[in-house]
Design a protein around this ligand. Structure first.
Ligand code: SIN
Ligand code: FE
Length: 305
């Protein structure tokens, strides 16, 4: 892993990146690493590659994804993947590889953080063969979808009401290209900065969005704020340039874990990535006070879930 020094503010306020020597897709409970992720840090495991066969590696091409999609996606509990453009045989190979990554990620999280009960809280798994900035994938179309801008993750159609978004990533680039990220200031500092520019949910809006099936359940005051924080940070070019931040390069063969609803992050370069998403209720979290929900409730003096 390589890091640049923090810039733009106090180094103490920039997300911590902590390396650990886990080298198996299981492992024992690590309460200290749990504290790191729950406080908004990134845990990096530079000795934890995801092994792929030669046959699988032969399918590491951009053309294996649908033109309009940036990843091949396996929804938890489903058999089939979406976003793939391949023959039936290749589809079976890719699906099996993605399922194996999901199983590895569950075993890893269950080992490190047993209270998270990974398999119960899995949302989906993706394989991202496109290079960051590959415009044909549509990812550069709008600033809102541009993940080269620092942001927290918040999903417009999937209100969480304060549940946490935990993600496991592995750089599987077949040669030497790192996944280059920037990480930013603490969630509390980012939120304090942008909250004055947010507005409340208009009366009836949450109900209407749900009725129109824009959202899978009604948006809470929490979700409404999280979406605005995501957008306000991405839209502010001066903030992007000058806010407290550091660059982190994750070389091929590295796995990393973070709560992406809490860590300000941006993906600047890289190609070929696996990613597993979990949605964890706050009952699984030890340091609930550090969660985005409690942080926003403290800052706004309101109940938001
Ligand atoms: C993101 O979650 O914003 C992008 C992560 C990545 O593609 O490395
Ligand atoms: Fe993100």
């Amino acid at each position: 892993m390589s890091f640049s020094p923090a810039s733009g503010g106090s180094p103490d306020d920039v997300a911590q990146v902590v390396s650990a020597t886990v080298d198996e897709w299981r492992g024992r409970a690590e309460p200290e690493l749990q504290a790191v992720v729950e406080r908004g840090g990134v845990v990096a495991l530079p000795a934890l590659p995801f092994e792929v066969t030669d046959r699988e590696r032969a399918l590491f091409t951009t053309s294996i994804t649908d033109e309009q999609r940036k990843s091949i996606y396996l929804r938890a509990g489903r058999d089939g993947v979406s976003g793939i453009a391949a023959s039936d045989t290749d589809r079976v190979t890719v699906s099996a590889m993605i399922r194996r990554y999901a199983a590895g990620a569950h075993a890893l999280i269950d080992g490190l953080f047993p209270g998270y009960r990974a398999a119960d809280h899995a949302i989906g798994t993706s394989f991202r063969p496109r290079a960051i900035g590959d415009v044909s994938s549509g990812q550069a179309l709008s600033w809102r979808k541009d993940d080269t801008r620092l942001h927290i993750d918040a999903f417009p159609s999937n209100p969480t009401h304060g549940d946490r978004i935990l993600r496991v990533f592995t750089n599987v680039h077949p040669a030497t290209m790192p996944r280059s990220w920037r990480v930013g200031e603490s969630f509390a500092s980012m939120a304090a900065r942008f909250l004055p520019r947010t507005s409340g949910l208009p009366p009836g809006a949450a109900w209407l969005l749900h009725r129109l099936r824009v959202t899978k359940r009604p948006r809470s005051a929490y979700d409404h704020l999280m979406l605005q924080l995501h957008d306000l940070a991405k839209a502010d070019a001066t903030y992007q340039r000058t806010c407290p931040q550091r660059s982190v390069d994750f070389p091929p063969g590295t796995t990393w874990i973070c709560f992406s609803d809490q860590v300000m992050h941006a993906a600047m370069a890289g190609q070929f990535l696996f990613e597993q998403t979990y949605r964890l209720p706050l009952t699984c979290i030890r340091d609930v006070d550090a969660s985005p929900l409690r942080t926003l409730e403290r800052l706004t003096s309101r109940s938001l879930a």
